[in-house]
Design a protein around this ligand. Structure first.
Ligand SMILES: [Zn+2]
Length: 344
């Protein structure tokens, strides 16, 4: 059965050829964003979201593998499996030009009147009626990052779900309109960052997570031991100013970042750590993260044309992909927190 008059297609079966279909060919098989509603032995569904960003296809690859494994005997748990921006996937882009980011349009979004938000709201309402067990949104990123999970609530079941994937768990509130934040109102909800798309380890790790979430009966309701989890929060988002130039290969520019800058992700950097050099008067933009302060303050020193950290911080999402920097940011700067949310 197919529901065709909704803003998102719903299918109770996988179309012929789906399990072997690469992300950039899904447009030939599916009418648009699609929700697969698949039965399993435990009726409370696991929600898995993939391809909110079109060029982040490890989640799709992982789900195709999981569904192949269970094809003969059936799923241990019901599954709501969402396949998002297949048009961006066809172009191997995160988001098509002029289109909203599919991970900024979920309930809580700033763009609630727009068609993609209507689609996301429809999917959310459909899932809300089903009594979800848990929700997992699978992403890739571009720099060298360890695999990590993100949560919007520091509740034991959220952390337990995150720990099925990683020891590093990032607590976030911004940006708003994310899938993880919306679904946190329905069930334990995480986003996972599986490193670079196309890396076998990314797909393998996502498969392990989905298999674990499909097979466990319940998530523990007690706080994790502090030494079992590294909880972090973003306190600042760093961007080159809109009209500035930047490079990673030494090409003269307003900001010349180190070519190996993304090797510093998730390291506890001391003040003085080098990010590269800057022309006189040029300063990186510091946007608020999820700290208590509305203004993150200055994290960098520009003395002698060198960009160095002015205070200790843990960077994440550092990338040497100029397009990722323009569309998103240069990096996040994080600090450790406890289960009570206080900075350590
Ligand atoms: Zn993403």
């Amino acid at each position: 059965m197919e529901v065709t008059d909704a803003p998102c297609a719903v299918m109770n079966r996988l179309p012929e050829g789906f399990l072997g279909c690469p992300a950039d060919k899904l447009v030939d098989l599916l009418p648009g964003p699609t929700l697969f509603d698949l039965p399993g032995r435990d009726p409370d569904p696991l929600f898995v979201s993939t391809l909110l960003h079109g060029n982040e296809y490890s989640g799709l690859d992982a789900m195709q593998a999981v569904l192949r494994r269970h094809a003969a005997r059936g799923l241990p748990r019901s599954l709501l499996f969402f396949v998002g921006n297949i048009r961006a996937a066809a172009a191997n882009l995160r988001t098509l030009p002029g289109e909203r980011d599919y991970n900024r349009v979920w309930p809580g979004t700033l763009y609630s009147d727009e068609p993609q938000a209507e689609m996301a709201r429809w999917v959310y309402d459909y899932a809300a009626r089903r009594g979800l067990f848990a929700s997992i949104d699978i992403h890739n990123n571009t720099g060298f990052n360890p695999h990590y999970s993100c949560v919007t609530k520091l509740e034991p079941k959220f952390i337990a779900l995150a720990q099925l994937f990683s020891r590093v768990v990032v607590h976030f509130q911004r940006p708003v309109g994310t899938h993880a934040a919306a679904f946190a109102n329905l069930c334990p909800s995480i986003t996972v960052e599986c490193g670079k798309a196309g890396a076998g380890s990314a797909t393998e790790h996502a498969i392990e997570l989905v298999e674990a979430a499909l097979s466990i009966a319940h998530l523990p309701d007690h706080a994790p031991a502090p030494h079992d989890v590294d909880l972090l929060r973003t306190y600042a988002i760093v961007k080159p100013p809109e009209d500035s130039s930047f490079s990673f290969d030494g090409t003269p520019a307003d900001f010349m970042f180190r070519a190996d800058i993304d090797r510093q992700n998730f390291s506890e950097l001391a003040s003085g750590a080098s990010f590269g050099s800057a022309r006189p008067g040029m300063k990186l933009e510091m946007l608020p993260g999820d700290g208590d302060d509305h203004a993150p303050g200055e994290y960098f020193s520009y003395a002698g044309g060198k960009i160095t950290l002015a205070r200790p911080a843990i960077p994440a999402m550092l990338t040497v992909d100029p397009r990722a920097v323009k569309q998103d940011c240069l990096c996040y700067l994080m600090h450790r927190i406890g289960m009570d949310g206080a900075r350590l």
